[in-house]
Design a protein around this ligand. Structure first.
Ligand code: FES
Length: 169
């Protein structure tokens, strides 16, 4: 158990070193480096942040401050498929709350949660800057505009989720 944890930590450190090296060990790139680390692991594991601090020569306090300050970063594991639904004003008035309820029912998780099988994460956000196309659903960085319950079902089904397809649009 201890051996497998240290093997895992070694692999994490090697991956972080590789990412830091891509940026020439330049401290001014700490945020893009953290974005790459999150992309690699789907979240920011603590051992990766510790390795980043050591490898880049920046204080752990700075790394943890950035990790908790920016909403885009997560210290807890996210699902393979990450759904962000905008509940900003423009999307709200076009029916985003009903879509949020539908996603919650379909996936069985509330906003901010991940399914126990690690497949799906769902979160609601405030304005994604594409109000004219609202309501907006982002799935793993891919934007879906003018989303409806029927379109949500199609998106989920395309990713392998069994959904009821006889819902009202
Ligand atoms: S309110 Fe949803 S994108 Fe702006």
């Amino acid at each position: 158990m201890e051996a497998s944890r240290s093997k895992r930590n070694g692999a994490t450190e090697a991956k972080v070193s590789e990412i830091v090296a891509r940026y020439g060990h330049d401290k001014s790139f700490v945020i893009p480096i953290m974005q790459d680390i999150q992309r690699e692991f789907n979240y920011l594991p603590r051992e990766a942040l510790d390795a980043l601090s050591a490898s880049l020569g920046v204080p752990q306090s700075l790394v943890y401050h950035l990790a908790t300050f920016y909403r885009a970063f997560s210290l807890t594991p996210k699902g393979k498929y990450r759904l962000s639904l905008c509940l900003g004003t423009a999307c709200h008035v076009r029916g985003a709350p009903q879509i949020a309820d539908h996603i919650t029912r379909t996936l069985g998780i509330e906003s901010g949660e991940t399914t126990s099988d690690g497949e799906w994460s769902f979160e609601t956000v405030n304005c994604l800057g594409a109000c004219a196309l609202g309501p907006i659903l982002v799935v793993n960085e891919e934007y879906h505009g003018q989303i409806t319950i029927a379109k949500t079902n199609k998106v989920l089904a395309a990713l392998g989720k069994k959904v009821e397809t006889d819902e009202e649009v």
